[in-house]
Design a protein around this ligand. Sequence first.
Ligand SMILES: *Cc1c(COP(=O)(O)O)cnc(C)c1O
Length: 467
Amino acid sequence: MSDLTPSGSHSTGAAGRDAGASLFEEAARRALRYLQELERRRVFPSPEALNGLMAFEEPLPAGPSDPLETLALLDERGSPGTVTSPGGRYFGFVFGGSLPAALAANWLAGAWDQNAAMEAASPAAAKLERVAMSWLLDVLGLPADCGIGFVSGATMANFSGLAAARHALLKAQGWDVEAMGLFGAPPITVVVGEEVHVSLLKALSLLGLGRERVLRVPVDGQGRMLADALPPLSESTIVCIQAGNVNTGAFDPAAEICQQARAAGAWVHVDGAFGLWAAAAPQRAHLAAGLSEADSWATDAHKWLNVPYDCGLVFCRRPEDLRAALTHSPAAYLVTDGRRDPMEYTPEMSRRARGIEVWAALRSLGRAGLAEMIERCCRHAARFAQGLQAAGFTVLNDVVLNQVLVSFGSPGKTGQVIRALQEEGTCWCGGTVWQGHTAMRISVSSWATTTEDVDRCLEAMLRAAAL
Ligand SMILES: *Cc1c(COP(=O)(O)O)cnc(C)c1O
């Protein structure tokens, strides 16, 4: 890579970029070494590595310096201070790693530095996003003409889907919420399960729907909403259901809830941050049964599709509802000529071209590769559960997906095991309280986790429990 400059470009820019060639080669070399070391690294940084982060605490330099020096500092002090969630032994939250194809596409797309707001700003980004959209709807089993927005994560995907719901329900009552706001608007009732994710409540608060102004439906022992405990629904109700409980992995009974909602004219929004991907794996698809009957869906690509941060996805049965909720008012300089401009389906205008990594991940995996990645994570979760049960510990949930909740005895003992495991460094798991029981959470969502990783981490867990 001695010349990064296409022939015929301006010489000043060319000179600047030539000087950068060794910088970018060095960045690639360091990044590669980081990836190769993941296998051997502790998952959470050591106390020394955390101390090393102090090196960043310097005054703003008075003037320019060699970018190579900045890169070296970033790698030498930053890399050891990272959590190795891209490796195969991180089970703390549902994070996912980065598939090689997605990470490589991210590097090239970083060089492209495209603004994905408009087709006019990046035909390539807009094209790849459109292709990814149709593939996503296909693998997730959603209606083929859904509207889609590429957002920062499931929080903004929940926000966007709920904004579409708010728009549609109020429009049907003659109220233009985008123009008039909620002051004086007809009331909307929001129904959630007892086990609703905090991010959905945050989205409700951002939308003026209120995170405490919700009706909470009781749940069963796995955290599933009881469909027969729903309050009366109407044309002014939004029912928020969950595909994949963050503790147990359980799914709300979508088919029954959607049927009741449909009959009443209510809107159903699905928080499927990771669970929606079950639809892409034939052996798990039964969990997702009925979800396609909803009106809007939120999921993350940066979780189980294993693309780099950040990438969430919102889907809306009627694209016009999503667009009406999120588009800007007309501006003379933003003429779209009837094209699908991505920014009309997201809260942001300018943003990075997230669709590129989604496209690369799906293209490199193919339908079968995606199904196998999802299924493999679920198999690993089951292997953890079996190993822990065989050693005499209690698994608190039905391990239907990628989540395992394990108790090592008393709350104090379980807490001790979690701390010991985190300090030892082989893997990283967090704690939770599930329906009154203190537990360790194991979330398997990385393409990189192997059966050997699971066995090695199981041993570390049993060692920590024996202390
Ligand atoms: C992770 C998660 C979210 C939030 O997603 P972000 O990408 O962090 O914004 C919402 N709901 C569920 C069920 C989740 O697991």
